[in-house]
Design a protein around this ligand. Structure first.
Ligand code: FAD
Length: 388
């Protein structure tokens, strides 16, 4: 049985609510502190939920979210299919997944407090408190879980030398389109390596569609991206896809500028040396951000949140943190490395394109369900006891 009774969760994004819900199932009362003063409705672009992430979300009681995406068809700039990957994924908007988790957490009695930006901690002999930007502090708890994302404050509190996010060289954009003007792609997402940028799209029976683009670009923060008017980004995207045999121009033309989603720089964190110190521990992007190209960011965050709760259920917090990291590190770093390899293909030059187009069909043939099982079939063995 755990000696941990209470937890402070820093961050009310994806990992935070999942952690709070999973901790409750482990008998630990968690309060979520989120820096934003309001909810994150309508913010963020598209993301996918993989079967492994689906299972972790199922565990905390969140049923299906988004549209089925059972195959990814990869094409080159001439519109030729070079590979097809079949996996039962779900395609959703970050805002929708966030809202569903937020509502679920509230309905289960999780205390979510907004406008609580954590800037420090006070550690005592018996527990830990979060210190907020306005100088106030939280109640004392047994542990503090840093679910505060890519630019985590808790990561820096654990290790002031902790690495900063690594930029992939790509900016992310996307939109939902009411009248896509395309034949339905069913449960298939088409992704195309254009000559200058990467484009993905899916169109549905009701005439709506979604698209996303990854644009090679010097580094800009999300705020800097937003300083350029959406009209200008849409024009830039139309320029880079001009001449490619993908329906990018059609979908861009049908995207009202106000509907353009600017997801910002695509970044990852290949290796965070310290995931915990004292009563603090990291979960989700704060510990293991993978670039959106892996399609696993939200899924790994959900998995880690459940695995952490399982360890805290069975072991004193210091041993639990070690067991949790042992269960997670190799897996998440492998996924992050795969995501980074995908990014390099998206920004390939002319020679890289030839190699990529030759190699990808082989990669797809080798990516059998058995070969990919390590990634997609992973399940948290909640009922099995965790040992030190
Ligand atoms: C606004 C937003 C939009 C996103 N859009 C996309 C997208 O389009 N595509 C994609 O693949 N991924 C996107 N992501 C990232 C995606 O949500 C994560 O990769 C993944 O789901 C892991 O989630 P997480 O909870 O670990 O981190 P996040 O989802 O980043 O959540 C972290 C939360 O912590 C809060 N926070 C940060 N610092 C503090 C602090 N000091 N004190 C208190 N709270 C703090 C943040 O406000 C945020 O709510 C987005 C994240 C955010 C925050």
């Amino acid at each position: 049985m755990t000696s941990t009774r209470t937890a402070i969760v820093v961050g009310g994004g994806i990992a935070g609510p999942v952690a709070a819900l999973a901790l409750r199932r482990a008998g630990i009362e968690a309060t979520v502190h989120e820096s934003h003063t309001g909810t994150a409705d309508g913010v963020g672009g598209a993301l996918s939920v993989a079967p492994n992430g689906r299972a972790a979300l199922d565990f905390v009681g969140l049923d299906r979210v988004g549209a089925p995406m059972n195959a990814i068809v990869l094409q080159n700039h001439r519109g030729r299919t070079i590979a097809e990957f079949r996996q039962p994924m779900q395609f959703t908007w970050r805002a929708d997944l966030y809202r569903r988790l937020y509502d679920l957490a509230l309905s289960e009695g999780v205390d979510v407090r907004h406008g609580h930006e954590v800037v420090g901690v006070q550690e005592t002999a018996t527990g830990i408190r979060a210190v907020f930007a306005d100088g106030t502090t939280s109640e004392e708890a047994d542990v503090l879980v840093g679910a505060d994302g890519l630019n985590s404050t808790v990561r820096r509190l654990i290790d002031p030398e902790a690495p900063k996010p690594r930029y992939s060289g790509l900016l992310g954009f996307g939109a939902r389109v009411d009248g896509a003007g395309l034949p339905p792609t069913g449960d298939r997402m088409y992704m195309a390596f254009g000559r200058r940028a990467f484009f993905g799209y899916q169109s549905f029976d009701d005439g709506t569609g979604v698209w996303f683009a990854n644009l090679p670009h010097p580094y800009l923060t999300w705020r800097q991206v937003r300083q350029t008017p959406n009209e200008q980004w849409l024009r830039r995207l139309a320029e880079v896809f001009d001449g490619d045999a993908v329906p990018a121009l059609e979908l861009l033309r049908r995207t009202p500028p106000e509907d353009l989603v600017t997801a910002g720089p695509m970044e990852d964190l290949p290796h965070v040396p310290h995931w915990h110190r004292g009563r603090m521990v990291l979960v989700g992007d704060s510990a293991h951000a993978t670039s959106p190209s892996s399609g696993q960011g939200a899924s790994l965050a959900a998995e880690s949140a459940v695995e952490l709760a399982r360890a805290l259920r069975d072991l004193p917090y210091d041993q639990a943190f070690v067991a949790y990291e042992r269960a997670r590190r190799a897996r998440v770093e492998r996924v992050i490395a795969e995501g980074a390899r995908t990014n390099s293909k998206k920004a390939a030059g002319p020679v890289g394109r030839l190699v990529r187009d030759a190699v990808l069909p082989l990669v797809a043939r080798l990516a059998t369900p058995e070969k990919m099982a390590w990634q997609y079939d992973h399940r948290i063995a909640w009922d099995a006891p965790v040992t030190a």
